[in-house]
Ligand binder design. Structure first.
Ligand SMILES: [Zn+2]
Ligand SMILES: [Zn+2]
Length: 491
């Protein structure tokens, strides 16, 4: 056999083996493939951010006691400021970081809204222009991938312009969206993406239609009927589903001890409706991804019998701006998942230490943590998340809570000093009680337990009291609200 003939045979043999391998992958029922996707949210690009100019007029100003603007001696940072939304340098550095950290090895990008800065009074046309800049940047960064965007509450608000507003935005996003998606987007800013070769379906919601802007309408733009129909169809077709939106159901976990309607972004009836749907279709919903709160947190949805059946991940904002609930460092998140089933396997949170970036004049986005390692979890599931949050309330879980709390502000807070026991309890209630009434009961049960113990009269500081009574309160809340949890692990 001549060497040439041997090469020929070995290359045919290789070809055959290659084909056989591909056939095996196609036919094998367990042909799981690991893939990645980015989740980026709340960029809030501020076109007016400036490192020079009169700081009394810029976002870096602070308010004096009479409510007037006063100068702030802090130097302007090139990559932004915790009093401001994102300058272009920060936005661009985030896009570059995503490209350099994981290249083209991603399946898609979820972009969950609030692309433009918090700027009341800015015209819709100006906002559209900024959205166009961001769209252009992401298209350029991910030239061979699809970005699936949803509308945020600070984006050009198409709900107020009815059909035309949606069509204006859809024109920018048209390269990423198939025709059917454009049709429903034009109707109400929502759409679904069917991933032809996989079982996973993305359901992209317009959560502005769940807020007060829609008044008493029963089914604004027909989104609820569409959502239920889409979930029914997915169940029939044995698909799995990701629900993706801007504003999450439930409340803000950072409202320290207070119960403010400001933080209840869904109308109560829509909050309940969303939770009912998630419970009903929890067997096919394998992930829920939201932004808006600018913090890093998660939520657990329980069945009517108190079983953890679904989870929601909240990705922190790119914008470092202090919201009424606090500031954060800029964040980006990379998910690892089974591309066929959609099962989320893990995520890696990246962050930018904003002060360091400004000091060094270079934006070095770094890994902050890997989810399963950070919390010592075996897998990403509602049950594991339930065990994690229950551990926050016991002494042995203090380390895990401080890890969670540091991540919650993307390392803006390095320790739990600013979070007393009542703050910790609010986090616990927000994570586990998405129904507004249950959330209030969760907080009030703690308060009334203290009062009935008669300890308030002792004038011990409130935070110390809650800390001392935390295990008792916790057991009480569990027994009152979730009597059927008996068989589950709590610590
Ligand atoms: Zn936002
Ligand atoms: Zn928002």
């Amino acid at each position: 056999m001549t060497p040439r003939r041997q090469d020929f045979f070995s290359s045919r043999k290789m070809l055959f083996l290659g084909l056989a391998f591909h056939l095996f992958l196609l036919l094998s029922p367990s042909a799981a493939r690991i893939g990645y996707f980015w989740h980026i949210t709340d960029i809030h690009y501020d076109v007016h951010y400036s490192v020079s100019g009169d700081i009394r007029k810029s976002c870096r100003r602070t308010e004096n006691k009479l409510g007037g603007a006063v100068g702030n001696s802090r130097p302007a940072g090139r990559f932004g400021d915790h009093n401001c939304d994102s300058p272009w340098d920060l936005v661009e550095s985030a896009a570059k970081a995503m490209k350099s950290k994981h290249g083209d090895n991603i399946e898609f990008v979820l972009w969950t809204g609030d692309g433009v800065a918090h700027s009341p009074g800015v015209s819709g046309d100006h906002q559209l222009e900024r959205l166009k800049n961001l769209t252009h940047l992401l298209r350029h960064t991910f030239s061979s991938q699809f970005v699936f965007p949803v509308l945020g509450h600070d984006d050009p608000n198409p709900g107020l312009h009815f059909g035309q507003g949606y069509r204006d935005v859809a024109n920018y996003w048209r390269p990423w969206l198939p025709t059917e998606a454009i049709q429903t987007f034009n109707k109400g800013g929502y759409y679904t993406i069917e991933r032809k070769l996989q079982k996973l379906r993305l359901v992209m919601l317009n959560t502005n239609l769940c807020s007060d802007i829609v008044g008493n309408e029963e089914d604004p733009a027909g989104q609820w009927a569409w959502l239920e129909e889409t979930l029914q169809k997915s169940q029939r077709n044995r698909e799995t589903v990701y629900l993706v939106g801007h504003m999450p159901p439930g409340v803000d976990e950072r409202q320290n001890g207070g119960i403010s309607p400001y933080h209840e972004v869904f109308q109560a009836r829509f909050n309940q409706r969303y939770l009912r749907l998630v419970r009903k279709y929890s067997d096919i919903i394998v992930g829920q991804f939201f932004g808006h709160l600018h913090s890093d947190s998660f939520r657990i949805v329980y069945s009517d019998t108190g079983r953890p059946v679904s989870w929601i991940f909240l990705t922190p904002a790119v914008s470092p701006k202090k919201t009424p609930s606090g500031a954060n460092n800029p964040g980006l998140r990379l998910y690892k998942f089974d591309t066929d089933s959609g099962q989320v396997l893990d995520y890696r949170q990246y962050y930018l230490d904003l002060d360091a970036a400004n000091r060094q004049n270079v934006a070095e986005w770094q890994p902050e943590y890997n989810f399963t390692d950070h919390y010592g979890l075996n897998e990403v599931s509602a049950h594991e998340l339930h065990n994690l949050v229950e551990s926050f309330a016991v002494q042995e879980g203090a380390t895990l809570f401080s890890r969670y709390y540091r991540a919650n502000s993307v390392r803006f807070h390095h320790n739990t000093e600013g979070c007393d026991a009542s703050c910790a309890h609010t986090h616990y209630c927000a994570i586990t009680r998405l129904d507004y009434q249950e959330f209030r009961s969760c907080l009030e049960t703690a308060a009334s337990a203290l009062a009935s113990a008669g300890v308030i009269a002792l004038c011990i500081p409130w935070s110390l009291l809650v800390l001392l009574l935390m295990p008792l309160l916790h057991a009480l809340v569990q027994s009152v609200l979730m009597p059927s949890f008996g068989g589950l692990h709590y610590s």
